[in-house]
Ligand binder design. Sequence first.
Ligand SMILES: O=C(O)CCC(=O)C(=O)O
Ligand SMILES: [Fe+2]
Length: 231
Amino acid sequence: MSAESPSTRDSYIENSVPAFRHREPFSQLLEDLQVKGWSVQDNFFSEDFTTELMIEAARIQTDYMLQAGVGRKQDHRVLLDVRRDHIQWIDPDDAAIRKDFLNAMEDLRVALNRRLFLGLFDYESHFARYDEGAFYDKHIDAFKGQGSRILSTILYLNEDWQDGDGGELVIYDELNPDIEIGRFLPKKGRLAVFLSECFYHEVKVAHRTRHSIAGWFRMNSTTGKSLDPDQ
Ligand SMILES: O=C(O)CCC(=O)C(=O)O
Ligand SMILES: [Fe+2]
């Protein structure tokens, strides 16, 4: 008998493009998170699946994208000296490959809760495009005890990304955010995951257009008095 969850098996078989390359897609990622709180995996999804997502990313026209901002809800501001990417949120009602992506991340959410008891409640995500010259200064995705974002994910979609193309994700040490602990090119199929409250990170200036899907697994911060909407 296989130990995998039924939902993983279902999405492996039923998606038009299978999301995962094999039947134990999460084990290394879960182990890394348990040991060090972050993980970078190459070829996390099947090649065809990532290609479909890249085609989708390239189709989004600038008119339908937002200049990304900083802060949530009423604190939201566009600060061009801090970040320069354009984004488009993925909607739970979206169809086709976007839906398949959300389903695959739902499988990951269930696996994370089962293995690591993270209590992840939902997932919000957006396509992001960094044009030549765009960057995102060093920042943290959630402040301790304040945010509902628990785990950050970024899937990179860029074919043939070379050293000189810039746009690296830099991750800083949890205890001493002055120390760089990892630097990763945004290569097609690479997935970066880290605890949102623990790791400062930054996107270096991109020297060509850089596509990705950034997302956050969240806990449920809705209380009887106030609703905690996504985005
Ligand atoms: O694209 C990346 O490598 C990181 C993006 C990021 O840090 C964010 O959107 O919060
Ligand atoms: Fe971030």
